[in-house]
Write a protein that binds this ligand. Structure first.
Ligand code: HSE
Length: 318
């Protein structure tokens, strides 16, 4: 206890921490709720400082009009969970600029929740370890989607590709991965994670489960061995994608044309509506982007694309 008192006494009460919290691609096609990776773009920007007022003050510096009451805001919910485990009543003021559109399927809520706890932890001289931060941040995910899951939070905090073997208790494994380029297309429709979860079947056939775990194991082995062919053929989802893809216009065509353009494979990013594709090199990733543009232009659907790479650092201090 004395040790903690010393830590708190040594804090710089005037410190300001600025971070960038990256977007993340959860599931990685076959690994529903257990695999995810961080990307270098887009990212949210946040700033946090101690405040003289007790509790959490949230300032939104964007157009999304998200709630500023801490218990209704995913960043606030994550920070509240952290504060419950602190021995002193600090006040925090947090300014959030979201560049990751809520409901886009690339971990917008996770970026807010993870960013908040990583930034606050730096104010506290890194009192909590990464696994504990994931535990706090999952409270934000619970608020956003109704359930705790860590396949966006963990890669956002750890960077790279992460395997969440279990969330109760937490068991997170950071996986080595070869260079991968990521093309993301975000059709401008909103899919709420809670809705995209509610349509899933609760029972699966054994033959489908066998295929799925073969693919998850294949994908993990492919990443660790830098075997691009194995990664490509493991990017198959027989459980979730057949149900959720009906929510995403042009999904099958985008997948087909992206593969014809040289992508290793890909699928729904998180709960959608964004779609992601992995490629070995930037030129291929850009050709994939062109195909995505063509398809959504033909469908007359407004969309944003990103060509980026796997982010290996997680939340960045700036
Ligand atoms: N694994 C979660 C889901 C991610 O697919 O519902 C949500 O971003």
């Amino acid at each position: 206890m004395n040790e903690i008192k010393d830590i708190y006494q040594s804090l710089d009460r005037n410190k300001v921490v600025k971070i960038q919290a990256p977007a993340t691609v959860a599931n990685m096609v076959c690994g529903f709720d257990v695999l995810g990776f961080a990307v270098n773009e887009p990212y949210d920007e946040m700033q946090i400082r101690f405040s003289d007022t007790a509790g959490i003050t949230i300032i939104n510096d964007d157009e999304y009009n998200l709630p500023t009451e801490p218990e209704k805001n995913v960043a606030g919910a994550a920070l509240l969970a952290m504060m419950e485990e602190m021995e002193e009543n600090f006040g925090f003021e947090m300014t959030i600029r979201k560049n990751i559109k809520p409901g886009s399927g690339v971990g917008s809520s996770a970026a807010s929740a993870a960013g908040a706890v990583v930034a606050a932890n730096r104010l506290l001289n890194d009192r909590f370890d990464n696994e504990t931060l994931v535990r706090f941040a999952m409270n934000g995910e619970k608020l956003a989607s109704g359930v705790k899951h860590a396949d966006n939070i963990a890669p956002c905090i750890y960077g790279g590709v992460t395997l969440i073997r279990s969330i109760f208790p937490l068991d997170i494994i950071a996986l080595n991965a070869p260079t991968l380029y990521v093309t993301i297309v975000h059709p401008q429709i909103e899919v709420r994670t809670a809705d995209a979860r509610s349509i899933l079947k609760q029972k699966v056939l054994l033959k489908d489960a066998i295929k799925q775990w073969g693919n998850i194991a294949g994908l993990v082995a492919g990443l660790l061995k830098s075997d691009y062919e194995l990664i490509g053929r493991s990017l198959e989802d027989v459980l979730i994608e057949p149900v959720r893809s009906i929510l995403i216009p042009g999904f099958d065509l985008i997948k087909q044309k992206s593969k014809e353009a040289g992508a290793l494979g890909g699928g729904i990013s998180g709960s959608g509506p964004s779609i992601f594709m992995l490629s070995r090199d930037e030129a291929t990733a850009k050709n994939v982007e062109k195909e995505m543009h063509i398809i959504y232009e033909q469908l007359g659907l407004d969309h944003h694309t990103y060509v980026t790479t796997v982010n290996h650092s997680g939340v960045r201090f700036v």
